[in-house]
Design a protein around this ligand. Structure first.
Ligand code: FNR
Length: 379
């Protein structure tokens, strides 16, 4: 029987059944008490639309532009590491689905697949996400590889000066290095479909990092090394440095304060991403939808604001646009699709969000995603 997926939540449930708990929790979990993770979703709920009627919504235009490029929907897929653990195709499947839907995808530094292979699989509107490592020469080499491969924007993530404490991962032994116990073995055995699909792809790696210092290519060795390379000393000067290294659009991901938004622009950023890393980093950080209005007040006229963290519905996208975002990104929602049904599952997630967004636009009386009425929400 083919599963019926009416909502992103349906695909989340299917992914939870398919994936070993250690993988599902890695995708789905947040830091510490998961206060921010929950707030990301909950804070969309009290926002109410102020619908207008008889506005002729026979031809709602869902397209817009982002960083100067036309996109079919004000949405992108956020950068995520280790997607190959969900399905072997990982980021290749995400990129193909994004391309088919006419939206950008951001490829993570910590992706399972190398940035060149992802571009080969889905040539188009791909952006590259960078962590600024202690080894600046290696960071620079990644930037140069991304430029040579045809990536159209560079996203620098600035909210990971330490790894957030994700307690589910600790309990599951999903740590660096991993801790294999009887319980984790049982967990894997209880998910034979996942095991069978992964078996030929046991040799997982971090595709962008394999040439780094001639190290062992396996995912544990590379992740261990990457953790030692997280640089807590990054500062605004590094952003200015990066600006000099990259001549296409530069986007700063992980902004939650209006002053930081202003400073990012002063350092040469072309756009900002209001993000709390999906609640995976600082527990107690504000939800992004609650942080957005002040940031939009500060820089909304000067730049494009992208919002991620907690987007699960087309109506969430419309709420973010009404509060000043140009577009949203999805992280977990895309991986629920990937887990549930591979590339077809990601495509399904994007179709659901597109349809929901279309309905929310029409029923609120909006005709163009690029020009959502500012009074779309009750104030
Ligand atoms: C992430 N995120 C992330 N961000 C980043 O800049 N680089 C990365 O490598 C990762 N890795 C990563 C892995 C997984 C499994 C998840 C779920 C998330 C954060 C991501 O880009 C995005 O900010 C959040 O996922 C957005 O929140 P939602 O949509 O997941 O609620």
């Amino acid at each position: 029987m083919t599963a019926v997926y009416a909502s992103v939540d349906d695909l989340r449930r299917a992914a939870r059944d398919y994936l070993p708990r250690m993988v599902f929790d890695f995708v789905d979990g947040g830091a510490e008490r998961e206060i921010t993770l929950r707030a990301n979703l909950a804070d969309f709920e009290p926002l109410r639309f102020s619908p207008r009627v008889l506005t002729d919504v026979s031809a709602v235009d869902l397209g817009t532009t982002l960083l100067g490029e036309p996109i079919a929907l004000p949405l992108a897929i956020a950068p995520m590491g280790l997607c190959g653990l969900v399905r072997p195709q990982g980021e290749l499947a995400l990129a193909r689905a994004a391309k088919a839907a006419g939206i950008p995808m951001v490829l993570s530094t910590a992706a399972s697949h190398a940035l060149e292979s992802v571009m080969d699989a889905a040539p188009g509107n791909l952006w590259f996400q960078l962590y600024i490592f202690r080894d600046r020469e290696f960071a620079r080499s990644l930037v140069q590889r991304a430029r040579a491969a045809g990536y159209r924007a560079l996203v620098v993530t600035v909210d990971l000066t330490r790894g957030g404490k994700r307690e589910k991962d600790i309990h599951n032994g999903f740590t660096v290095p991993p801790r294999f116990t009887r319980r984790t073995a049982m967990d894997l055995l209880r998910h034979p479909a996942w095991l069978a699909r992964m078996a030929p792809h046991r040799k997982q790696t971090l595709g962008n990092l394999v040439d780094w210092g001639g190290r062992d290519k396996n995912v544990v060795a590379l992740s261990t090394f990457m953790n030692t390379q997280i640089d807590p000393g990054i500062s605004w000067a590094d952003l200015e440095w990066l600006r000099g290294e990259w001549d296409l659009p530069l986007v700063v991901k992980g902004i939650l304060h209006p002053d930081d938004a202003r400073q990012a622009l002063a350092a040469g950023a072309d756009a900002i991403i209001v993000s709390n890393h999906g609640g995976r980093q600082l527990d107690g950080a504000p939800s992004t939808i609650s942080a957005l209005p002040r940031i939009a007040d500060a820089v909304g006229n000067a730049t494009e604001i992208i919002l991620d963290s907690g987007v699960r519905r087309g109506a969430d996208i419309l709420k973010a646009l009404a509060l000043g975002a140009r577009a949203c990104m999805i992280g977990k929602a895309a991986l629920y699709g990937l887990g549930a049904d591979g590339e077809a599952g990601v495509a399904r997630v994007l179709t659901i969000l597109r349809q929901e967004f279309d309905v929310a636009m029409a029923l609120s009386g909006n005709q163009r995603a690029a020009a959502v009425r500012p009074d779309t929400l009750l104030s």
